[in-house]
Design a binder for this molecule. Structure first.
Ligand code: ZN
Ligand code: ZN
Length: 269
């Protein structure tokens, strides 16, 4: 049994039983919000939150579920709110829930025995198929930097070298926008001058697992990196064909295509 006190209320977790809940639980969602949460989690989680989650026998980097906060909340430019929930077999001693414990103005945590109440913060939680007897929900609400707003052409790539911090080969890569806040967030203020100056671009790579950042200056002349044009060309062809169907009718276009006309650039020219 693991125990932690939350604002005067003691929470106990049966770590052995709980670990079975996480056996095949892996958050592989590639959407911007989930990727951003994964990449920023190691550096943006308050140390006290890491301590609490770890003391309960849980992995602070792998919540059972996490989701962006959709309801309006106080604004903090460049940041968004992410709510994470760890599900555990345990007890909140003598209470249905604990008070909310705030780490600072932007981050807090609480525990609840009601899934529907915890589900107000992490909406998909209520739909999860879980054997609810004896489950409690540890919910953290965190303000995290939105890297997607600060980087252009952000995309995932597999690197040759493993991350020296966590051994992952996956990276989120892109170029800093001119007004990016990342030089301040990541403690490289000299990059602000480079961005303002505009003679060079700043290429960045974030480890997809632990968020470790590396950067490199490149000359400001294209191509900055090889681009796959396949998807773009296919979309162009589709648009051309759809427009032709509107104009000439489906039959006429089908006839043209069957006769091998290259009116629509299908040969890829
Ligand atoms: Zn997602
Ligand atoms: Zn890493």
């Amino acid at each position: 049994m693991k125990r932690v006190e939350f604002g005067g209320v003691v929470v106990e977790v049966d770590e052995k039983r709980t670990s079975s809940l996480y056996e095949d639980r892996y958050d592989g969602c590639q959407c911007d919000g989930c990727t951003n949460a994964r990449v920023t989690r190691v550096d943006a989680t308050p140390p006290r939150q890491v301590e609490i989650i770890t003391a309960l026998g849980l992995d602070y980097q792998n919540p059972y579920l996490s989701a962006s906060e959709r309801r309006p909340h106080h604004r903090r430019p460049g940041y968004s709110r992410r709510n994470s929930c760890w599900v555990a077999y345990g007890t909140i001693i003598g209470a249905e829930s604990t008070p909310q414990v705030s780490f600072d103005r932007w981050n807090w945590i609480w525990t609840d025995s009601s899934r529907s109440r915890a589900g107000l913060a992490v909406e998909n939680l209520v739909h999860m198929k879980l054997d609810s007897a004896g489950l409690i929900y540890i919910v953290a609400s965190n303000s995290i930097p939105r890297l997607y707003l600060e980087v252009c052409g952000f995309r995932s790539e597999r690197g040759v070298q493993a991350c020296p911090r966590c051994n992952s080969h996956w990276r989120e890569t892109g170029y800093l926008k001119r007004t990016s806040r990342i030089p301040d967030w990541y403690g490289v203020p000299e990059l602000r001058g480079v961005l303002r100056n505009g003679k060079q671009r700043v290429y960045v790579e974030f480890c997809s697992e632990c968020g470790r950042m590396e950067h490199r200056l490149v000359d400001d002349k294209p191509p900055f990196r090889r681009k796959s044009l396949k998807g773009r060309d296919q979309q162009r062809i589709q648009r051309r064909i759809l427009r032709a169907i509107e104009r000439k009718g489906l039959e006429a276009v089908m006839r043209e295509l069957s006769q091998g006309h290259d009116l629509y650039g299908i040969s890829g020219k």
